[in-house]
Design a protein around this ligand. Structure first.
Ligand code: ADP
Ligand code: ZN
Length: 600
């Protein structure tokens, strides 16, 4: 993904430049319009230049006021109260003419005002306008011509960044599957002589940050071949036909350096299902078609392996998956506990930790995180340790880094009203105590009313175990915990806030999955309906079915909300105590939380 990040950065730069140019152009256009309008206003009050000269010669002009560097001026005509405006074609010549008249004994007062700064700036900008427009055009042309250069070649032989399988933690089975490809890239003749068919394309499915790019680079590194990468979103262009031409150029380059790996990240951006024919989509189709043409057209002596990554396999056009294209698919999962420990080990190289820091414990506490997030945590921890002037990376640095990466930046600077604080305290206390009284829920690790990222506060449960299965009871109880924030607000403050919207979003998703994926509703039965995968699936089953699903989801959520209310009502003393402690300390950790329940 690093390559793509660079490319994205580059694209961002173009975008920012484009935005700045547009803003400047808009401002200039505004100034022009304003100047033109303000000129129009004085139009009927204007003296034509020839008349002005005549009036000066005739001695009818009393006073001339002009601004240095400007061709417009104001004149006071004898006997007329109102000042008039005029424009002179050549200020220098005009001034000389006036001075001549004065010397001749004409009584004209000539005032030359210094130019106001704003006018000067806008005029400078104005004079720069053509240059700016030209530069903008240049950038656009550059961008278009940069097509050929776009796909980045990263030569495994020469690059310092020679990534090997050893740099990829966990993913043992996946690596095993890739070994065959490495051997093919190294000695293609051996395979072709044997009449063996080696995949042309491999699709890697998995969440962002699970190491798809890393493993693709490692294949190139192991085989000692160049790695050419590009992101699917970069193929999508505002100019029709460019996407397809980029694909062509990418493969042209690949043929030149073959044997090699071509890596296409976010392939769903070009390989989405072909449907209705609006503009953007037909452009996509051209791009996709070009990709298919290229892959179908590989000669047997061209050793190019195309690896593509996506997070949304269900979106892909089936044509991509046909034999001879991406006929092999590998799922890259989020790492399990052992995998996380190995990833942490790799990324802790070159970092010094305090004695009490145990990678194993970090691995235990980070279920669900991807390799990229784990790497990020260790990097953040090293930064925090430096900022906090610690000799080595301490446990607290890691914990802070964990929060930063998972919940977003701590925003202590944001000022909160007492009312908001109280609401948040009761909301979070609601989540925490309800989860405390429900068997299946993990112990509360930390509760806080300090806003982080989008959340006004948070309640973190421990994640000590890697679970393969979640029971129905556990899911139902999770729903109750999610509802408890709003329930507490309602009971204590008798008002409700927007703070629970994310809770509801998560809860609704869980309830939907319980009914449509995990077959946990008796009414709906054991069926899996993935409307994301196939929007017509539900229609096939009929309206009654859709209604039944909706009703079941609603029942699950309503029941959970009621149970949350009941639980909170019967533990009001604890709710108040936890909320009060939160208002005092802002953050409560596990031991402090437990103390409240073990007091009597
Ligand atoms: P993806 O392509 O799946 O979005 P990347 O391969 O770009 O993810 O991963 C981003 C970074 O996360 C890698 O550069 C690496 O530092 C780290 N990372 C991810 N998975 C692993 C892993 N299995 N072993 C070691 N590092 C990993
Ligand atoms: Zn909440």
């Amino acid at each position: 993904m690093e390559n793509n990040k660079e490319n994205n950065k580059k694209n961002n730069k173009y975008m920012i430049a484009g935005i700045i140019i547009s803003i400047v152009v808009i401002i200039l256009a505004g100034i022009t319009a304003y100047l033109m309008l303000s000129k129009n206003k004085t139009d009927d009050n204007k003296i034509p230049y020839t008349d002005l000269i005549k009036q000066i010669t005739d001695g009818e002009i009393e006073k001339i006021e002009m601004t240095v560097g400007s061709t417009s001026l104001k004149v006071k005509v004898k006997g007329i109260e109102e000042e008039k405006a005029s424009i002179v074609p050549n200020t220098q010549a005009f001034i000389e003419l006036v001075q001549e008249k004065v010397a001749e004994g004409n009584n004209i007062e000539l005032i030359q005002n210094p130019q106001p700064a704003i006018l000067k700036i806008s005029e400078t900008l104005f004079s720069l306008l053509p240059t700016i427009v030209i530069i903008a055009l240049f950038i656009m042309i550059f961008k278009m011509q940069g097509l050929g250069e776009k796909g980045k070649v990263y030569d495994a032989e020469t690059s310092k960044e020679k990534i090997k399988f050893d740099d990829v933690a966990g993913l043992d089975e996946e690596k095993q599957e890739m070994i065959e490809i490495v051997q093919f890239l190294k000695e293609p003749e051996k395979f072709t002589k044997m009449g063996a068919k080696v995949p042309k394309g491999v699709l890697l499915y998995g969440k962002p940050g699970t190491g798809k790019t890393l493993i693709a680079k490692a294949i190139a590194g192991e085989a000692g071949v160049p790695f050419i990468s590009m992101s699917g979103s970069e193929f999508i262009e505002m100019f029709a036909g460019l996407g397809a031409s980029r694909v062509r150029k990418l493969f042209e380059k690949a043929r030149k350096v073959a044997p090699c790996i071509v890596f296409i990240d976010e392939i769903d951006a070009i390989g989405s299902r072909r449907s209705s024919g609006n503009g953007a989509e037909s452009e996509n189709n051209q791009t996709l078609n070009q990709l298919l043409v290229e892959m179908d057209g590989f000669d047997t002596n061209e050793t190019i392996i195309v690896l593509a990554a996506t997070n949304r396999p269900e979106m892909l056009d089936k044509a991509l998956l046909r034999p001879g294209r991406f006929d092999r698919q590998i799922t890259i999962n989020v790492p399990d506990k052992r995998g996380r420990e190995e990833i942490l080990k790799i990324h802790s190289k070159g970092k010094n930790f305090a004695e009490n820091v145990k990678l194993k414990t970090i691995a235990e506490d980070t279920a669900g995180l991807t390799g990229a997030e784990l790497a990020n945590i260790l990097n953040e921890a090293a930064i925090l340790a430096t900022v906090n002037e610690h000799e080595v990376i301490e446990q607290e640095d890691i914990e802070e880094a964990f929060k930063k990466v998972t919940i977003g930046l701590q925003k202590t600077s944001r000022v909160y009203s007492e009312k908001d604080k109280r609401l948040t305290a009761y909301h979070e206390a609601g989540h925490a105590i309800v989860s405390r009284y429900l068997e299946t829920q993990e112990p509360v690790k930390e509760i806080s009313i300090i806003p982080r990222g989008m959340a006004g506060g948070y309640t973190m449960n421990k994640t000590n175990e890697d679970k393969n299965y979640i029971s129905k009871t556990e899911m139902e109880e999770r729903l109750i915990v999610l509802m408890a924030g709003r329930a507490a607000e309602k009971i204590v403050i008798n008002d409700i806030s927007t703070g629970a919207s994310n809770d509801f979003e998560v809860a609704t998703k869980i309830a939907k999955e319980m009914v449509t994926i995990y077959g946990m509703s008796d009414v709906v039965g054991t069926i899996s309906i993935n409307t994301e995968k196939d929007p017509y699936e539900l229609q096939l089953l009929g309206e009654k079915y859709a209604d039944a699903i909706g009703a079941e989801v609603k029942i699950l959520l309503d029941t959970a909300y009621l149970k949350a209310q009941t639980l909170i009502s019967s533990h009001m003393d604890k709710l108040h105590e936890v909320a009060q402690t939160l208002l005092e300390k802002e953050t409560i950790i596990e031991s402090e939380f437990e103390r409240i329940f073990n007091e009597n």
